[in-house]
Ligand binder design. Structure first.
Ligand SMILES: *[C@@H]1O[C@H](CO)[C@@H](O)[C@H](O)[C@H]1NC(C)=O
Length: 500
């Protein structure tokens, strides 16, 4: 007789974005079939049973900000992780869905070629399910006309930059993107830093012969983020086009986002573990060591900055907590951080250090172990809201019977996992360091399930999923980020403009 269910998970403390309770879960045909009060599944037959032993059972993590296998866009260095190693690292840390970027270069005219190229890289290579954000480097008339096709292809978000010479859009281009995105119910992610201010500060530091990694901090001062965040909010409000401001790092930008949200503007925001756990002290480590923590925006001045970001997570200003996994090797002068060490700059030059740090595997454990967020909030920020924001809910990010894929994390029961120190050798990325080395962790996923299959079993083989099991997921329009007004933006004959 065949089993009634493919998998049952019993004795767990189930946590969703709204509830914590003692429930048992039954899985059939890749989906959540039942979630019932503990013990109420009765005497069912299942191909596999997992006893959670009182551990938390949560929806699998959804990481909405991931860079993999990107061509070098900012000069030196190239991604250490491809789709295989990045998704492998993800699943070993409890993330079951990721949305990496499909990056269009400034010199390219079309987005659809970028999309098919990225599909080819990801196909049959992923351990977890995935979609892509289109990174728009050149909003040419052709690229803008392709937004409609992107939607039909299940791509409902894109990203633009206000900084970096290779990608930066001016305000007119941003307005073009926001207008077209609104028409097609696409959410626009914005890297909000003032590129000119960064260039100016960089020149001031160079004049003073300040080249060490720690000067990456002052080269990206808080004001660059504060100004650009404010400008992005104004442009979004003007166009009534929903935006997500990525990797927010300063208390002031957080406050201006909160103020815009209070006024009902469709502004959403993201932060990342680097702004919760790292500060300028990490950038100021001796020698070249600080390069390990070079990312943009940089880790900020002090613990007080981190506290303000934690507060923004708790009070709902931040919609999602993503990794911004952007992996570069450290001890690597060909593709990694050390490409900036030359004869002229024997100790490196901050402006040429590849920007980014790896974190797709540590995002969930770091944030959960800190115990600063309510459990429901943790699930909301790391799974449910990223799924809602990017048009994946309830397929992903939830445990809704009949609707959600059976993507599940089962954590260690209380007292079952001794605290341990994070070491890079525990991780599964293709990077030779972690910026979070030595942090004390209290939790790690014990099992991770993707569409009903156990793909991570920490004590039973570790990574037990297969490359290629992960598949592309077509996305709907965001169920969170919607314009305020009906109608299309236009200008009337009398010169009045708005939504008609
Ligand atoms: C913005 O960039 C576009 C494309 O390079 C250019 O055509 C346009 O003149 C720029 N606008 C401003 C105000 O600089």
């Amino acid at each position: 007789m065949s089993a009634e269910f493919d998998l049952i998970i019993v004795n767990g403390v189930v946590v969703t974005d709204t509830e914590v309770g003692e429930y048992d879960i039954a899985v059939k045909d890749e989906k959540i079939a039942k979630v019932v009060k503990r013990g109420e599944l009765g005497d069912v037959r299942a191909a596999r049973m997992i006893d959670a032993e009182g551990g938390y059972v949560m929806p699998g993590g959804v990481d909405g900000h991931v860079h993999l296998e990107e061509p070098p866009l900012f000069g030196k260095g190239s991604s250490a992780d491809n789709f295989e190693t990045g998704s492998r690292s993800a699943v070993c840390g409890g993330t079951t869905t990721m949305v990496p970027f499909a990056p269009q270069k400034k010199t390219e005219d079309t987005l659809l070629d970028t999309l098919s190229l990225t599909h080819a890289k990801a196909k049959d290579n992923c351990y977890i399910d995935y979609s892509f954000h289109l990174l728009v480097g050149n909003p040419s008339p052709r690229a803008l006309s392709e937004f409609k096709t992107l939607r039909e292809e299940g791509i409902t978000s894109l990203k633009i930059y206000m900084t970096y010479e290779a990608l930066k859009l001016n305000d007119s281009q941003i307005l073009d993107v926001l207008l077209e995105a609104r028409k097609n119910q696409i959410t626009t992610m914005i890297h909000a830093e003032n590129g000119d201010l960064i260039d100016w500060m960089t020149a001031q530091l160079e004049k003073r012969k300040m080249f060490a990694p720690r000067f990456h901090g002052p080269s990206h001062p808080p004001m660059a983020e504060i100004e650009a965040t404010h400008r992005a909010i104004c442009l979004s409000e003007f166009m009534d086009s929903p935006i997500l401001i990525v990797h927010v790092s300063t208390p002031q930008a957080t406050a201006s986002i909160a103020a815009a949200q209070k006024r009902g503007i469709p502004i959403y925001a993201e932060t990342c573990p680097q702004y919760l756990f790292l500060t300028s002290l990490d950038l100021a480590k001796p020698g070249f060591e600080g390069a390990k923590c070079v990312c943009s925006p940089p880790p900020r001045e002090s613990e007080a900055d981190c506290d303000a970001i934690w507060a923004g997570l708790a009070d709902g200003t931040f919609t999602i907590l993503s990794s911004d996994h952007c992996p570069f090797r450290y001890d690597d002068a060909v593709t990694g951080k050390k490409t900036c060490i030359t004869d002229d700059y024997p100790e490196g030059h901050f402006k040429y250090i590849p920007n980014g740090i790896a974190g797709i595997e540590t995002r969930l454990s770091l944030a959960l172990g800190e115990e600063r967020l309510k459990l429901t909030k943790f699930v909301e920020l790391t799974a449910t809201n990223p799924a809602k924001l990017y048009g994946l809910y309830p397929l992903k990010g939830g445990l809704v019977p009949g609707a959600s894929d059976a993507d599940i994390n089962i954590w260690y029961p209380p007292g079952k996992m001794p605290k341990f120190e994070l070491k890079n050798e525990m991780l599964h990325h293709n990077v030779d360091y972690t910026a979070f080395e030595g942090r004390t962790l209290k939790q790690w996923p014990r099992y991770t399930v993707l569409r009903g299959r156990v793909v991570w079993d920490r004590e039973g083989g570790g990574l037990v999923g297969e490359k290629g099991y992960g598949r592309f997921v077509r996305r709907e329009a965001s169920s969170l980020a919607r314009p305020r007004f009906e109608g299309e933006w236009d200008i009337k004959e009398d010169g009045s403009f708005g939504f008609f």
